[in-house]
Write a protein of this length. Structure first.
Length: 175
């Protein structure tokens, strides 16, 4: 314990400046909330499925729920069942063990449903595409509406991808 405290005392504080954050998307929060209400008439419900990822994408998805991004305040929430979902947010390469579970979740999601492939692994198979345990990208099993590339994608990119999928769902008469 004392050795650890001595090491802390000898460690210098980093001199790097804190990076500036672009909060321009926060000014649009009222517009986003209204757009979700216009399209769905209620909150956007998302079922997130890990199809075999390294959990990097999940960490960024969890960041969307923190006070900075506050997607719950925008009218976007995560649900535990695909039966209550409007959108499936799938991360990771499609593994052999998860392909049947992902297919069943897609079938259980009511129409009209959206599928978003999150991260390089879900989009292309990523690092794991040549593995014996991987079927390939998500598009081999499900019709994907929006791809969000990145390893892992930043929370702002995730939010943009979710909104892009929602805008694709908007009826043509609402435009």
């Amino acid at each position: 314990m004392w050795q650890l405290l001595k090491q802390y005392a000898r460690t210098h504080t980093p001199a790097e400046a804190i990076p500036e954050l672009d909060g321009s998307w926060q000014t649009e929060s009222r517009d986003i909330r209204q757009e979700i209400l216009d399209v769905l008439g209620r909150a956007l419900c998302i079922r997130q499925i890990d199809a075999g990822s390294c959990n990097g994408c999940e960490l960024e998805i969890h960041a969307l729920n923190n006070p900075y991004y506050n997607i719950e305040g925008l009218g976007i929430r995560f649900v535990a069942s695909p039966r209550h979902a409007d959108m499936l947010l799938v991360t990771g390469p499609l593994t052999l063990n998860m392909s049947e579970a992902v297919r069943r979740a897609w079938e259980a999601t009511p129409d009209p449903k959206l599928v978003v492939a999150t991260g390089d692994c879900a989009c292309t198979g990523g690092l794991f595409r040549d593995s014996y345990a991987v079927c390939g990208p998500l598009s081999r099993l499900l019709p994907v509406d929006v791809y969000i590339p990145g390893c892992p994608p930043a929370p702002v990119d995730l939010l943009r991808g979710i909104l892009t999928a929602l805008r694709a769902k908007r009826p043509t008469s609402a435009l």
